[in-house]
Design a binder for this molecule. Structure first.
Ligand SMILES: [Zn+2]
Ligand SMILES: [Zn+2]
Length: 267
């Protein structure tokens, strides 16, 4: 079976509100998100199917037209709360938009041995929701921190450390701008449409980032006195610190744009 993904984009506005609540209560619950604002959304649509005699699973042009028809009609440059019937009752959170798109796109993609495989919806560059069917979805959020480190084994000579850890063993240390992606798993709340309240998630992740940001990890963070601050060990540290606070699925760190590390945090 093949999985093929195509990227789309749309700009749309929305606001969060629960009709049973008063404006003051909505304001308290959603803050700024209760006011109409907008985003540049990026949507990846994945389909799954077997190869046809044409040498293709599905003509990508065909996929593009079918998806674009829905995106253009219902989402692009629309006020989702007012112009999309599904969001008269559902809060147009990224989670709910992904679920509604799943239903709409299944209707135009499924058939002839092809099934919708995944919806990946980015609200801007830092928030993403992934849905592949069933009663669970993954939300991920991007954060940044900057830290210094040195990779070396104190029992080895500088030359031996250089052979093992390369430039990262520089005796004076060096540092990186780390990009951290935290993936949580769950199901959106019926009323708020939130899998998780992003503001709470940000607070919890920032508490951990504070422990690392602008620190020389080898000396200023207790854990790294015992564990070499490789990206793998930084992932273990963040995973252990966040596991109790969030429904963690996976964390990812980009040490540089070229080096990407991931750790499943479910076991
Ligand atoms: Zn928004
Ligand atoms: Zn380094």
């Amino acid at each position: 079976m093949f999985v093929i993904k195509r990227r789309f984009h749309f700009c749309a506005s929305h606001r969060y509100s629960i009709p049973e609540l008063s404006p003051q209560e909505n304001e308290r619950l959603f803050g700024k998100l209760h006011h109409q604002h907008g985003h540049n959304y990026i949507l990846f649509v994945g389909i799954r199917g077997s190869l046809k005699p044409t040498g293709m699973v599905m003509n990508i042009k065909d996929l593009k037209e079918r998806v674009k028809a829905i995106v253009d009609e219902k989402y692009d440059h629309r006020n989702l709360n007012v112009e999309h019937p599904a969001f008269r009752t559902l809060n147009p959170t990224t989670e709910n938009i992904a679920l509604v798109l799943w239903k709409e796109l299944s209707g135009v993609v499924n058939g002839e041995g092809i099934n919708l495989h995944s919806i990946e919806l980015w609200e801007g560059k830092e928030l993403k929701v992934e849905y592949t069917g069933g009663r669970s979805m993954i939300l991920s959020r991007e954060y940044r921190f900057s830290a210094g480190h040195r990779l070396y084994d104190p029992n080895l000579s500088d030359e031996e450390n250089l052979r093992l850890y390369g430039k990262c063993s520089n005796p004076h240390g060096h540092g990186h701008d780390y990009t951290l992606r935290v993936h949580v798993e769950g199901w959106p709340d019926e009323k708020t449409g939130f899998l998780i309240d992003i503001r709470e998630m940000d607070e919890k992740v920032m508490e951990v980032i504070e422990e690392l940001d602008h620190k020389f990890l080898n000396e200023e963070v207790e854990f790294f006195r015992e564990h070499l601050p490789t990206t793998e060990n930084i992932l273990l540290y963040i995973c252990s610190r966040l596991r109790e606070k969030l429904p963690l699925r996976k964390i990812e760190i980009m040490e540089t744009e070229n080096n990407i590390f991931e750790l499943e945090c479910t076991d």
